[in-house]
Design a protein around this ligand. Structure first.
Ligand code: 5AD
Ligand code: SF4
Length: 488
């Protein structure tokens, strides 16, 4: 038995099919190992996945959960009580790193009391060499470190953790990081967080190398999934009761590049919209430089596509945009956003803005404010620039002093809030369709749902409405959300 496990985990697949065959064998082995451990413990082993960061990570966490459940682990909501805890990390900004390391330190204290607890770290932070070294050196109690490219291989890593022997009473951390991969392995078990909505990866990685951004270094080169695989996954999701899909990629507008089949993102959207049962389609994220007229037309013609586009601006200054390697100017961005507003009435445009990029002056901030006013963003995530080692911006001169950044940040945030509150108020009194997502956390007599334009609405209702699309009158705008009442 032992020997054959070693053989399986050491086979070297040459393509996605061989990889999937290895994954399947590892799943079988892991099931047996988990079952043995559960018998010894007299109860089922449990798991908890803690996710930091973006929708991509959220989707990866569903894959990890799916594999763990397939192997016999049961979900445990309390991280501190689980037998296997996985941290799916983010490294896009340094404060995410700090937050994670603080958290890892406190879980180390728990593991001292429960030494049989297993801890895994994966995601973008693991792909960074310096962060990885810090984990191995300062947090040796971590059992497993893996990255963004081998999530689908998690069953094999699980087998390695469960079969490793102690040396001098200590078990070494299992570490497996791939620098990149051109493989996309399909048909891995997934445990969805919501019955009625799901993220769907349409592509992985990023080729844009915006000068401040670490993502291309930790998520690798851009690879699109085949349209057949995407459509087949969404058809199965629809059969399983999913009504809303969110198509995920770092730059969905470049979907299809490098595939044998010639296909654009706009035509993929048409195919997805044709799937019975799918009632709402969202996508994330659009890079302004690649957003085509064809895409705007498809959105305009297809009611199933939600009236919301997230279109990161990053800066309103053409000079800063050039240094950021964004490939558009202030004027081009404004023209594009206004064209979208004109062709798709009622669409919400949200954005990301970075404040404090090297060399940013008051005049650059004025430009950013000007774009916020002209486009009238419905929402914006504002981020303080974070220096990421290895990116071109990290070694640029003129890093902006902290007090100046803080002042500019407050200025931009105030403008964003002023404009987006006005935008939200525009639809007060209307009746709109809402996908009900949850019971309201503060007031259980209310449910919380989402409008096509991505605003939240809270209105009287009960659990039976979750996952349904209902008509709601938007009675009161509260700035960033609505209070409403259901119209039968
Ligand atoms: N500092 C601050 N914000 C960043 N983002 C990406 N890299 C950085 C950085 N180094 C922001 C961008 C991107 C969002 C996901 O994160 O605005 O759109
Ligand atoms: Fe980062 Fe730019 Fe790629 Fe977005 S498009 S992930 S900001 S490099």
């Amino acid at each position: 038995m032992k020997e054959s496990i070693t053989e399986v985990i050491n086979t070297e697949p040459n393509n996605s099919e061989e990889e999937l065959a290895r994954v399947r064998k590892c799943l079988e082995i892991a099931k047996e190992l988990v079952s043995e451990r559960s018998q010894q413990a007299g109860r089922n082993l449990s798991y908890h996945v803690t996710t930091f960061g973006c929708q991509m990570n959220a989707r990866d966490s569903e894959k990890l959960s799916g594999i763990l459940e397939e192997c016999g682990f049961i979900r445990e909501d309390d991280e501190l009580c689980a037998d296997f805890v996985i941290y799916n990390t983010c490294t896009v900004r340094d404060n995410a790193n700090q937050k994670f390391f603080g958290h890892l330190g406190s879980i180390g204290a728990i593991k001292k009391k429960r030494p049989e607890m297993m801890i895994g770290v994966c995601g973008c932070l693991s792909q960074e060499e310096s962060a990885r070294e810090k984990i191995l050196k300062s947090y040796p109690f971590v059992d497993l470190v893996f990255g963004t490219h081998n999530v689908f291989d998690f069953a094999r890593l699980l087998v390695m953790v469960l079969t490793r022997e102690a040396q001098n009473g200590k078990r070494a951390t299992v570490t497996e990081i791939w620098d990149d991969t051109d493989m996309i392995v399909e048909d891995i078990p997934i445990r969805r967080n919501f019955k009625f909505k799901s993220g769907v990866n349409i592509m992985f990685g990023c080729n844009n190398f915006c000068s401040y951004c670490i993502v291309p270094y930790v998520r690798g080169r851009e690879r699109s999934r085949s349209p057949e695989d995407i459509i087949s996954e969404i058809t199965k999701l629809a059969d399983d009761g999913v009504k809303e899909v969110m198509l995920l990629g770092q730059n969905v507008n470049s979907y299809g590049r490098g595939l044998d089949t010639k296909i654009t993102f706009a035509s993929l959207l048409r195919k997805v919209a044709a799937i019975d049962g799918i009632e709402r389609i969202r996508f994330m994220t659009s890079h302004p430089k690649d957003l085509s007229d064809e895409l705007i037309d498809v959105i305009a013609d297809t009611p199933k596509i939600c009236r919301h586009i997230h279109l990161p601006l990053q800066s309103g200054s053409s000079r800063i945009l050039e240094s950021m390697n964004r490939h558009y100017t202030k004027e081009q961005y404004i023209d594009l956003a206004l064209k979208i507003r004109e062709r798709v009435p009622g669409i919400a445009i949200t954005t990301d803005i970075i404040i404090g990029y090297p060399g940013e002056t008051d005049a650059d901030i004025d430009d950013t404010i000007d774009v916020i006013e002209k486009v009238a963003f419905d929402g914006a995530f504002t981020f303080i620039y974070s220096k990421r080692t290895g990116t071109p911006a990290a070694s640029m001169p003129d890093q902006v002093p902290e007090d100046v950044v803080k002042k500019n940040f407050d200025r931009v945030l105030a403008k964003v809030q002023e404009i987006s509150t006005k935008q939200a108020a525009k639809i007060e009194g209307r009746i709109m369709d809402v996908l009900v997502e949850d019971i309201n956390r503060q007031d259980p007599s209310l449910v919380t749902g989402r409008l096509s334009n991505n605003l939240n609405v809270h209105f009287p209702g009960d659990e039976s409405l979750i996952g349904k699309i209902v008509d709601v009158k938007l009675t009161q705008c509260k700035g960033f959300y609505y209070i409403g009442e259901r119209i039968q």
